[in-house]
Design a protein around this ligand. Structure first.
Ligand SMILES: Cc1cc2nc3c(=O)[nH]c(=O)nc-3n(C[C@H](O)[C@H](O)[C@H](O)COP(=O)(O)O)c2cc1C
Length: 356
C-alpha cells in the first residue's frame, strides 16, 4: 500500500548480515548499570536453587524476568530464527518478541515467517510494528497483525534516531501518539511501547501514559547502536556529521530511573548482557529485562543450543546476584541494599529537579 515490500525485506536481510559480521554497539556511551553497586551479603541463609525468578508482566506469569526483544521477520532465515528463539522462550517460561511485521503488512504470505505459536503455545509472544506504520494503516489492520500470529501483546517501536540516520528512512514522526492512543482502545491485548536503543525519557513516558499506555520497553543506549548500524549500512563511517550521532540516547539505567514511579510496567533493555546487568536493572525498578543482540550472536555461534546456553547462563548469573544481595526472589531486588555511583547518581538528582 504505502511501502515497498522488497525494500523492507532487503533491509531486514542487511541488518542480519551486518550483525553476523560483528556486534554494533555504542562506542563510548555505557548503560550506566555499572553505577549500581550491590551491598554484598555474606550470610544469605538460602540455597541457589531455591532462588525464585518468577514474576508477572502484563498479566502474564513469567518463570524468569527475561524477554528476548524483537529481532526479525519476513525472510526464510528470519522464520528459522523466530521459531528457534520462540521455542527457547517456551522452555524457559520467558517472553519473545518478533521483529517488525512491516513486511506482513505488505504481503500476507510472509505471515509464516512470524508464525511461532505452534512451537510456543504458552509463551508470552509479542508482535511488533513501527510507530510510523501505525499512522499509515487503519487501526484494524494493525490489530490484525497481532491476531494473525496469536500474539500475547503488541510492541509499537519508536526509532526516530535510527530512521533519520537511514538514507531511505522516515522523516516525519507526526501522528504517532494519536495512533498509539487509538490502539490502546482497540487492541484486546496489552500494548508495549518500545525504543530500539535510544531510551525513553520521563517526559515521553508521561505522554504515553496519558495516551493509555501501561507497558514500556525503554531500550536504552549502551548496547546495540542502531544509528551505528545505519551508518555502516550506508558506508558513512568516515562522515563526522553522521558518526557524531553514533552514541545518541539515554543510557539504559538512566531510562529505567526516568520511567520509574509512574505506575508503568517497565522492561529494561539495551546493553543487558549478564546476570548482574539484569539484577542491576531490576534493582532500579524494572519488572523484566530484555536483550536482542547477545541472544542473536549466541544463536549464530551455536544455533538453538548456543542461544539456550546463553539464556541459561544469564539466568544463573541473575540467580547468583539475587542470592549474594541477601534476597530470596529476584522480585526483591527492587529493595536490595545498593550504592549508586556517579554519573547515574547525578543524572537522577539533576532530573528530579531539572530547573534547580
Ligand atoms: C538484528 C536486530 C534486528 C532488530 N530488529 C528490530 C525490529 O524489527 N523491531 C524492534 O522493535 N526492534 C528491533 N531490534 C532492536 C532490539 O529489539 C533492541 O531494542 C535493541 O537491539 C537493543 O537491545 P540490545 O542491546 O540487547 O541489542 C533489533 C535488534 C537486532 C540486534
Amino acid at each position: 500500500m504505502y511501502d515497498n515490500k522488497s525494500v523492507t525485506v532487503k533491509r531486514k536481510k542487511d541488518h542480519l548480515e551486518l550483525f553476523r559480521a560483528a556486534p554494533i554497539d555504542s562506542r563510548w556511551t555505557t548503560t550506566l548499570l555499572e553505577c549500581v553497586q550491590f551491598i554484598h551479603c555474606a550470610l544469605p541463609e538460602t540455597a541457589l536453587d531455591e532462588i525464585d525468578l518468577s514474576t508477572s508482566f502484563a498479566g502474564h506469569h513469567f518463570r524468569a524476568p527475561f524477554f528476548i526483544t524483537g529481532i526479525t521477520g519476513g525472510t526464510p532465515e528470519a522464520a528459522t530464527i523466530n521459531r528457534t528463539l520462540a521455542r527457547i522462550a517456551e522452555e524457559f517460561g520467558i517472553g519473545f518478541g518478533l521483529g517488525s511485521q512491516r513486511a506482513m503488512l505488505q504481503d500476507d504470505d510472509l505471515t509464516t515467517t512470524y508464525a511461532v505459536r505452534e512451537v510456543a503455545p504458552t509463551a508470552f509472544i509479542a508482535g511488533n510494528i513501527g510507530g510510523v506504520q501505525a499512522t499509515r494503516y487503519p487501526v484494524s489492520e494493525i490489530c490484525r497483525l497481532a491476531d494473525r500470529i496469536g500474539a500475547s501483546a503488541l510492541c509499537i517501536h519508536l526509532n526516530p534516531a535510527q530512521e533519520i540516520l537511514q538514507p531511505e528512512g522516515d522523516r516525519s514522526f507526526k501522528g504517532i501518539l494519536t495512533a498509539i492512543e487509538q490502539l490502546t482502545h482497540e487492541l484486546d491485548i496489552p500494548l508495549i511501547v518500545k525504543e530500539t536503543g535510544a531510551g525513553i525519557s520521563r517526559e515521553t513516558a508521561l505522554r504515553l501514559r496519558d495516551a493509555g499506555v501501561r507497558h514500556l520497553d525503554i531500550a536504552g543506549a549502551g548496547g546495540t547502536s542502531w544509528i551505528g548500524v545505519e551508518i555502516l549500512r550506508s558506508h558513512r563511517d568516515k562522515d563526522p556529521q553522521a558518526t557524531a550521532f553514533w552514541d545518541w540516547g539515554i543510557p539504559t539505567a538512566a531510562a529505567v530511573c526516568e520511567t520509574g514511579g509512574l505506575g508503568l510496567e517497565v522492561i529494561a533493555s539495551g546493553g543487558i548482557r549478564t546476570g548482574i546487568d539484569a539484577a542491576r536493572a531490576l534493582a532500579l525498578g524494572a519488572t523484566l529485562v530484555g536483550a536482542a543482540s547477545p541472544v542473536l550472536r549466541a544463536y549464530y555461534a551455536g544455533g538453538l543450543e548456543g542461544a539456550r546456553n546463553y539464556i541459561g547462563s544469564l539466568l544463573h548469573g541473575l540467580r547468583a546476584a539475587t542470592l549474594l544481595t541477601g534476597c530470596r526472589a529476584s522480585r526483591e531486588l527492587a529493595t536490595a541494599p545498593r550504592f549508586i555511583r556517579n554519573p547515574l547518581k547525578e543524572w537522577v538528582a539533576e532530573r528530579r529537579e531539572p530547573h534547580a
